[in-house]
Design a protein around this ligand. Structure first.
Ligand SMILES: [Zn+2]
Length: 132
């Protein structure tokens, strides 16, 4: 079954994304730039935060990380390259790594450019859903 998703705006020009698995009841938030916005999205969906995937270290993607991690006990996965935020990462990821979340493999693709530590998360099992 495909992940349920919930995209929410925050700040001037950012979006956060919740990924939720109804079978495992796990929920990941992609980036943590605004804890209040993420909490509102969680309250709206009723999902319980279990994981946080960080794409890169910039403050508008990590400023809410300490608060969200502490409040929910979420497991944080983020780039292997050191940054102020990286001390909060439980699992460090680099290009070509993959990990399992809610029974799906997630492939990690490094795309340095915006920042040296920029990661993308590719979920092959979800791609077919885009073409239905
Ligand atoms: Zn940035």
């Amino acid at each position: 079954m495909a992940f349920q998703t919930h995209q929410f705006p925050y700040g001037d020009d950012n979006y956060g994304l919740l990924l939720h698995c109804t079978e495992s009841n796990l929920t990941a938030c992609v980036d943590a730039g605004d804890a209040a916005a993420a909490e509102a999205a969680l309250a709206e969906t009723g999902w319980q935060l279990s994981h946080i995937f960080i794409t890169h270290h910039h403050g508008d993607h990590t400023a809410g990380l300490t608060e969200l991690k502490q409040r929910h006990g979420a497991t944080v996965l983020g780039p292997v390259i050191d940054s102020a935020a990286s001390t909060l990462y439980d699992i460090r990821l680099g290009d070509g790594d993959h990990f399992e979340f809610a029974g799906r493999q997630i492939d990690v693709i490094s795309t340095p450019g915006h920042t040296l530590d920029m990661l993308n998360f590719y979920i092959a099992s979800e791609v077919h859903g885009l073409h239905r």
